[in-house]
Design a protein around this ligand. Structure first.
Ligand code: NDP
Length: 327
């Protein structure tokens, strides 16, 4: 193994990350070392890189909440040199040095073998966003939302989680409505499988707590008034799987959709999700997300461009997924 590598480093809560050379001997204690091939740029990474959100809890920190690469050194039996692995969550890029780097030191229990049909870039084209979208879809399925129950609506559809959720749901036979603020993405969202694309401000009056029943299911990445509005339009015993706060962390709703319509509100967390569920989600993703679909929604950037693209992502200028080539 080389003695030095390049990485982004966040040294202080309010400051943007700096591009640095790091000594391998400074990597945190671990049992598997990985040469990262790809990472991805998620909303959380953009907040961490730019210093615009309190994501990182220990400094200095290499940001990057996911990565895919090859094992270059292992102290455990389960993994050997050359094995293809991926990691999402578990605090990498938040409490343990993460993926916006050329090398990472990791704990065995965080690693997921990259499913056979997926390439390393495909693993990150999916990344935390796709994994989270799959968990949302699994939650809807587990709460009885079959395609026959009616339309499912996905918010923040122009982003990573939303775009993959639209793709997965459409592949599984659901009738999908996509919500996006950007009219220029209508054709793209239809190409992912949305049967209609809606603007958030054309959905109804967010102050009315109960409205005509429209949605069997909701996948929400935005939060705030938009989520409250969709809950008020969710059908009897419908389900909302919620994972994000791209619009707001607030939820200005009432108990009415829950006590009068039996609406289920299911929170989705990808960070501490257990290993069994991770394996199930990744094998389904490998089966459902074909390379042509993934390519169509992804742009590849170089590692040293991550900060500039983090700014663009927070300004809502990015469509779909951004993967970071760290080789
Ligand atoms: P992206 O930035 O890729 O997408 C977010 C999308 O939300 C944007 O493209 C935009 O879609 C929409 N949006 C952004 N800002 C606003 C706003 N102010 N009001 C309304 N809509 C807005 O982010 P990701 O897809 O990576 O993540 C989405 C959310 O999910 C984030 O909050 C993220 O933190 C969360 N997340 C949670 C996880 C978990 O484990 N719970 C895991 C992964 C992500 P458009 O322009 O089309 O309207």
């Amino acid at each position: 193994m080389e003695t030095e590598f390049r990485a982004w480093m966040v040294e202080d809560q309010e400051q943007p990350a700096v591009w640095r050379t790091v000594n391998v001997s400074d990597l945190p204690q671990a049992d598997v070392w990985v040469r990262i091939a790809y990472s991805s740029l998620n909303y959380k990474d953009a907040l961490a890189l730019t210093g615009k959100g309190k994501v990182i809890r220990q400094f200095p920190m290499i940001p990057g909440i996911d990565l895919a690469g090859e094992v270059i050194k292992s102290d455990v039996e389960q993994y050997a040199e050359g094995d293809r692995v991926l990691v999402t969550g578990y605090g990498i890029g938040e409490t343990h040095w993460g993926g916006l780097s050329e090398i990472a030191s990791l704990r065995t229990e965080w690693l997921v073998p990259v499913p056979k049909p997926l390439s390393l870039p495909d693993a990150m084209r999916i990344g935390t966003a796709g994994f989270t979208a799959m968990l949302c879809v699994m939650a809807l399925e587990e709460h009885g939302i079959t395609p026959e129950r009616g339309e499912v609506i996905v918010t923040g559809a122009g982003g990573g989680v939303g775009g993959i959720a639209v793709t997965l749901l459409s592949k599984l036979g659901y009738n999908v409505a996509a919500v996006s603020r950007r009219p220029e993405l209508d054709d793209y969202l239809r190409s992912l499988g949305a049967s209609q694309v809606l603007r958030p401000d054309a959905l109804g009056d967010p102050r009315k707590p109960l409205q005509a029943e429209r949605w069997a299911g909701v996948v929400d990445t935005v939060g705030g008034e938009l989520l409250a509005l969709l809950l008020s339009q969710t059908k009897y015993e419908g389900c909302a799987a919620i994972c994000g706060l791209a619009g707001s962390a607030a939820l200005p709703t009432t108990v009415l959709p829950f006590i009068l319509r039996g609406v289920r509100l299911i929170g989705i967390d990808s960070v501490r999700c257990d290993a069994g569920r991770r394996g199930e989600a990744w094998s389904r993703l490998a089966e459902l997300m074909k390379p042509d679909r993934l390519n169509a929604m992804t742009r590849t950037i170089a590692l040293d461009e991550a900060l500039a693209y983090g700014e663009k992502l927070l300004q809502g200028e990015i469509r779909g997924r951004l993967i970071v080539d760290t080789r």
